[in-house]
Design a protein around this ligand. Structure first.
Ligand code: SF4
Length: 355
């Protein structure tokens, strides 16, 4: 009896490992939603996929019923980014696309400040956060009261805040910026205000990296850091180059300037994705949140992505089951006081208006 059970178990294990050995596309042909499985087969085994596919099908049905769209940040897990997300991109792209969305409901597969930004730009729509605890170390590093104090200390100095901030902080700001447009925004503000000093908050490293490109303007920084990007060191980059000869290093400007100095190119997540599209390096490493490489790699099977992994724990709080639950229950709607929203929206819209 025991022998038979062991033999049956071994047969099943052999069949499973044979299935796992087949490449993703092949194995996926006999699975549900094979076109989607082909996009995530690097991360999800054929044995696991039917469970994911069940969630994906339920979410797609709920999206139709609720007239909902899902915005997926570049750092979102591959099983969300490549399956149920309707619009993907960096925070600037999501902010812009949120304006054009015609759905009644927006689900943010990102972190809380992104959902607030979507709500600011779409006040009549329901914006759902699948997990209200999905925060951000940068957004948590500064409060509206901090900005009011800074304004007292630096009277007449304009305030530019990174979009990775709460709506309350945006409401105290003159302009927002993203890592993709920060240089353009500070140049614009300096010219428009006729000043050569700007408070650039709260990401110290972004401010210091931008400072190198605008030596004519003094950027006053804050001590906020992204807990993902601050972990990279210059030695990490040197080790990557030694262990992966010829690798092209692309770094996010939330990394310390000493790390950016070791890179071949620095840019926002959108800039990095565009660089890969344009230059098609043979071997590349993206010095940023590690899901980004997983998501960009889907469209570039011929490029070798070296993948050191620093995950954002806040992004990881968003899952297929909690997206499904948000759409089922319509719980987790983001609300912002209308008077505060108006001031915060103005800072975001001033940024978007700079082309
Ligand atoms: S990666 Fe960094 S900046 Fe982005 S959400 Fe996570 S903690 Fe915030």
């Amino acid at each position: 009896m025991l022998d038979a059970a062991i033999a049956a178990h071994e047969d099943a294990a052999t069949a499973t490992s044979a299935l796992l050995r087949r490449d993703g596309a092949d194995a996926g042909a006999s699975l549900p939603l094979p076109h989607l499985y082909a996009r995530v087969s690097r991360h999800i085994t054929p044995a696991e996929w039917p469970l994911y596919a069940r969630e994906v099908e339920a979410i797609e049905r709920l999206k139709r019923e609720r007239n909902a769209v899902i915005l997926g940040h570049n750092y979102q897990a591959p099983e969300i980014f490549n399956t149920v997300a309707d619009i993907v991109g960096d925070s600037l792209a999501l902010a812009r696309e949120a304006v054009t969305v015609e759905a009644d409901v927006i689900v943010m597969a990102g972190v809380h400040f992104m959902a607030e930004t979507a709500k600011l730009l779409n006040p009549s729509k329901t914006v759902l956060m699948p997990d209200m605890g999905a925060g951000c170390s940068l957004a948590d590093s500064i409060t509206a009261a901090d900005i009011r104090l800074l304004r007292q200390h630096y009277p007449g100095v304009p305030v530019v805040t990174y979009v990775n901030t709460s709506a309350e902080v945006k409401a105290e700001s003159d302009y927002c910026c993203t890592s993709g447009n920060a240089v353009k925004v500070v140049r614009h503000v300096a010219k428009e205000w006729g000043v050569n000093r700007i408070l650039m908050l709260p990401d110290e490293y972004l401010a210091r990296n931008v400072q190198k490109q605008v030596p004519e303007i003094e950027l006053i920084a804050w001590k906020g850091h992204c807990e993902v990007h601050e972990r990279f060191t210059p030695q990490d980059i040197r080790d990557l180059r030694e262990n992966h000869p010829g690798v092209v290093v692309l770094a996010h400007p939330e990394c310390p300037p000493e790390v950016v100095a070791e890179a071949d190119y620095a840019g926002s997540t959108a800039d990095m994705a565009n660089y890969v599209d344009r230059e098609k390096p043979r071997r590349v490493v993206l010095i940023t949140e590690c899901s980004m490489a997983d998501n960009v790699a889907v469209g570039h099977p011929d490029i070798e992505f070296v993948r050191p992994c620093n995950l954002c724990p806040h992004m990881r709080r968003i899952t297929l089951p909690n997206i499904r639950r948000a759409l089922e229950t319509m719980q987790g709607a983001v609300e912002i006081d209308p008077a505060l929203a108006e001031r915060a929206r103005a800072a975001v819209e001033r940024m978007i208006a700079i082309r």
